[in-house]
Design a protein around this ligand. Structure first.
Ligand code: 2M8
Length: 446
């Protein structure tokens, strides 16, 4: 079936317009009413093609909520939308931290730092280069501080491999990779704060969201953070979830590279950033590469072992140019296999977030199998970077087809026979990255 892609491009812009609330874009109208950290990065990339000012405003408003220690929060709460999500500021109590910025409400954790990458794309795609350069000058110190936060506070071995301390920080909330580190946390229900989930009250099937057992642990961790007044050193000593995530470190490494390009353009000293980038790149290969299995695994700092679960996010070192040609060959073999949907077949869409042959896969449940457009987008760039062009084009094609067939959903069923979208609809990063993929190599082809 031939699709009217130009009409879809307009529909994607309409989704973003509907989610714009004056100074930021909410991920979706009902489920996610506030501003989310890495969503804003992806959204800004979409805007960069047709509304440079909005792209800049999206990042500017997020960075305005930066903590004093440089941390960019996972959520910036909108006062007017309070009551629609859980957990909100009353639960986080982030003001207990001396690092908390005044006059703004945020959560107390962070997310994958895609923002320097997005800022560089705004410059590259934007029409007004002078304006973009001014914008880069304005935000460079904040971006640099946000990276410095990781190298200062989340880098226990000093080797440039940073850790996350909550599954929400990964962005891949209920990934099978977190099963062991997360479910190993013993919960005493009588000591857990009372709470009520709001996500499953928004018309989304429970089967498509994390379990109650997972939520208990998410909340246990938030409670631990607030009891420690968000003090990083104290949390490090007592937190049972500390993971050096392959994807997070790869995204950071890619963002370091963008920050270096930005710094060079505007004449800033980038020697620190170069050192960070090199350390992270080297450490991903040294510590997270399994010589036996020829894949990258996350490292569980608490249990002192590799997680041993190969998810699609473990292919993301490609996005940062981390693997050698030989390692990239192994990654490609795994990525383009029946486990993650190989090219030239009629059965599935690439790239399922988890191994389709695994016992733990669940193709309708959140980060445990469905296809996500932001993950596909990063993999597309990684594949292109290594010259796997045919596969890159196949991944791009699936981004376009999935959205054309099922709408701007949050995530999608990988099996074509069961084809449909899951989670919430009118999802901003799906629309934004659809727009970006349309412009990639010239949308006029359609
Ligand atoms: C999802 O995560 C939030 C918590 O941050 C949630 O489930 O409530 C994830 O998909 C995350 O990656 C995303 O940034 C967020 C908003 O789209 O939703």
């Amino acid at each position: 079936m031939r699709k009217d892609y130009k009409a879809l491009l307009e529909e994607a812009k309409t989704v973003l317009k509907g989610n714009w609330v004056g100074h930021y874009t909410r991920p979706s109208p009902a489920l996610y009413p506030h501003q989310w950290n890495w969503d804003s990065g992806f959204i800004a990339i979409g805007y960069s093609h047709y509304n440079q000012r909005k792209a800049e405003e999206e990042l500017r408003s997020l960075l305005n909520a930066q903590w004093k220690n440089g941390m960019v929060p996972q959520i910036v709460f909108n006062q007017e939308a309070l009551g629609g999500y859980f957990p909100e500021p009353d639960f986080w109590q982030a003001e207990r931290s001396p690092e908390f910025p005044s006059n703004i409400l945020t959560s107390g954790i962070t997310m994958p730092p895609i923002h320097a990458t997005a800022a560089w794309m705004i410059y590259k795609n934007g029409d007004d280069k002078r304006e973009a350069e001014g914008f880069l000058r304005e935000i460079f110190p904040k971006l640099k501080m946000s990276h410095e936060y990781f190298y200062k506070h989340r880098n226990p071995d000093g080797n440039g491999l940073v850790y996350i301390r909550h599954p929400w920080e990964s962005g891949f909330d209920n990934s099978p990779a977190w099963d062991i580190p997360l479910r190993g946390i013993n919960i005493d229900k009588s000591k857990l704060p009372l709470y009520e989930r709001r996500d499953i009250k928004k018309g989304i099937s429970k089967e498509e969201r994390p379990t109650d057992e997972d939520y208990d642990r998410y909340i246990y961790l938030v409670d631990l953070f607030r009891n420690n007044d968000y003090d990083e050193a104290a949390i490090y000593e007592s937190c049972p979830f500390l993971v050096q995530d392959v994807a997070f470190n790869s995204i950071l490494c890619n963002a370091d590279q963008s920050l270096m390009q930005i710094g060079e353009l505007i004449g800033e000293d980038i020697s620190d950033v170069m050192e960070w980038e090199s350390k992270t790149r080297t450490a991903i290969n040294k510590k997270l590469w399994s010589r036996e299995d020829h894949v990258y695994y996350d490292y569980d700092l608490y249990n002192r072992s590799l997680t041993g679960k190969n998810t699609a996010t473990d292919f993301l070192p490609l996005f940062a140019g981390v693997p050698s040609e030989e390692q990239a060959g192994f990654i490609f073999a795994s990525l383009d296999s029946v486990n993650f949907c190989e090219m030239h077949n009629n059965k599935c869409f690439s790239v399922p977030s988890y191994d389709l042959k695994s016992h733990y896969v669940d193709t309708k449940n959140y980060w445990r199998g469905p296809v996500w457009i932001n993950l596909n987008w990063m993999l597309y760039h990684g594949l292109k970077r290594y010259g796997f062009l045919e596969k890159a084009m196949a991944v791009r094609q699936d981004i376009l087809e999935l959205t054309a067939m099922y709408g701007f959903h949050e995530y999608f069923e990988p099996y074509k026979g069961r084809g449909r979208g899951y989670g919430t609809d009118n999802f901003s990063w799906t629309a934004a990255l659809f727009i970006d993929m349309m412009f990639e190599n010239g949308f006029l082809r359609y």
